[in-house]
Design a protein around this ligand. Sequence first.
Ligand SMILES: Nc1ncnc2c1ncn2[C@@H]1O[C@H](COP(=O)(O)OP(=O)(O)OP(=O)(O)O)[C@@H](O)[C@H]1O
Ligand SMILES: [Mg+2]
Length: 255
Amino acid sequence: MTGQTMVKAEGVHKSYGAAHILRGIDLEVQNGEVFCLVGPSGSGKSTFLRCINHLERIDGGRLSVDGQLVGYRQKGDKLYELKDSEVAVQRRDIGMVFQRFNLFPHMTALANVMEAPIQVKGDSKAVARERAERLLDRVGLRDKMGNYPSQLSGGQQQRVAIARALAMEPKLMLFDEPTSALDPELVGDVLDVMRDLAESGMTMIVVTHEMGFAREVGDSLVFMDGGVVVESGNPRDVLTNPQHDRTKAFLSKVL
Ligand SMILES: Nc1ncnc2c1ncn2[C@@H]1O[C@H](COP(=O)(O)OP(=O)(O)OP(=O)(O)O)[C@@H](O)[C@H]1O
Ligand SMILES: [Mg+2]
């Protein structure tokens, strides 16, 4: 039985050496929600996504995904750190798409999407291929399955990267500025794929500067600055009627 809440952060802190980056993040992402995260460069958005995926350890607070603490198990009132193999099992339920696509350059689009299910989940080639073909079709790349990354545009590569993440059948997808490295004319196709994914009910956390996408597709929007949540709410409300000066200053630069 899964609950209503997919991600819950309570007072999450993270430092790199003396640099205190996340300073007590509190937020909740509900099942099926498109949760947009915006804020200035250096505010900790990528760091927070990396904590959700346990690519970084948090130094304080609590962070859970689908009711399970990320990286820890609780017994009574004590927390025990999970083994690497247990963390890997948690991580494979969470898909991540970065600004840079990081496809395997020596593999075709199809092979890129088939790889993790075969290597990590132990799927048969036939099962992995059937799913990969379906996903590449879904992201509009039916004709490009045999192409290598160097034979694809940036937008097409990013759509392969989304299909690759979906091939693991994640319960949560994290997007870190998925369109900001793309030429403007390629952004729309990637956003269309994300919109389609949102409509299918996927829970998504999206770090983006695409305020149009946040307004149209987002269910919630959080503005982060200096490692804390400054303001949050319905994207339409926050974007048209920001309450805090820092939010206003930021939006006046990006809108
Ligand atoms: N591995 C690391 N070691 C030390 N400092 C780091 C590390 N990763 C990030 N930082 C620092 O943490 C701060 C937050 O970085 P982060 O990448 O989370 O910001 P961001 O909000 O994603 O910014 P951007 O919009 O530019 O992507 C920055 O000051 C950055 O220099
Ligand atoms: Mg970032």
